[in-house]
Write a protein that binds this ligand. Structure first.
Ligand code: ADE
Length: 244
């Protein structure tokens, strides 16, 4: 997958060279190109922002450097691409969107900064995406989070045949708790069932724990989860007030 990132702060993206994403680039599964779009400013001082028409506080990013930078990317590769504007007012990013973006050949991220951007920049984007209901100082960290979550779905990025498809959220449930050695630590014991060797029981316990965790921590997810009648019964039991 090819990824172009348009930003005024290229150094922020050092983190993409570490860990799994660094390895994915070495293996050529991911090709990340970071572009300081200031170079596409027509202004003699390379300014990229200006005051809003109609008045008001702050400066807005101008359309022209973004449009020219995307023109250059299109000239280089005329193939289909998703152009993603990081925007707190955009569609909420989630695991499903990560999975969908992982099917694409080419992603372009537009990172805004300062107080905002000219509305015409929205028209350059195929997608406007927010990573949550809070406002960051710029789109850079949001883009990095999206790239990380998306790259995990590209075959070969995760090691040892691991799959992003078995993670929390993959089946609309949070992941069950996991344990490794030692079997007891500071009085906290690994549940007996995990030491039993009974794979059917282990699978059932894990599924119930995933249901219970989701019920406790993210009940909103249960509304959209595909639940069997056994699952419903299990949840009904959890919902009953405790017996004295
Ligand atoms: N830019 C500023 N805040 C953001 C957010 N929450 N998501 C995406 N981009 C942003």
């Amino acid at each position: 997958m090819k990824i172009d990132i348009l930003t005024l702060f290229p150094n922020m993206f050092q983190a993409l060279n570490e860990s799994m994403l660094g390895k994915a680039q070495e293996k050529n599964l991911l090709q990340i190109n970071i572009c300081d779009f200031r170079q596409y400013s027509n202004d003699k001082h390379h300014h990229v922002d200006d005051t809003p028409y109609g008045g008001g506080a702050g400066m807005l990013l101008q359309p022209q450097p973004f449009y020219r930078a995307v023109d250059a990317i299109n000239q280089d590769d005329a193939g289909p691409k998703r152009v993603i504007l990081l925007d707190p007012a955009g569609q909420r990013f989630d695991q499903q969107l990560a999975q969908e973006l992982a099917q694409e050949q080419h992603l372009v991220f537009l990172c805004g900064h300062y107080e905002g951007f000219d509305y015409r920049i929205e028209q350059l984007a195929t997608d406007r995406v927010s990573i949550g209901d809070f406002v960051l100082t710029g789109g850079e960290m949001a883009a990095m989070m999206m790239i990380d979550a998306t790259a995990r779905f590209i075959p070969g990025v995760l090691g040892n045949g691991q799959s992003a498809y078995s993670d929390s959220f993959a089946q609309d449930l949070l992941e069950y708790p996991q344990y490794t050695r030692p079997a007891e630590y500071r009085g906290m014991k690994v549940p007996d069932v995990l030491l039993s060797g009974n794979h059917q029981k282990i699978a059932q316990w894990r599924h119930e724990q995933a249901l219970k965790r989701t019920w406790l921590q993210r009940p909103d997810l249960l509304a959209q989860a595909a639940l069997s009648s056994e699952d419903q019964q299990f949840l009904e039991k959890l919902n009953q007030p405790r017996q004295k």
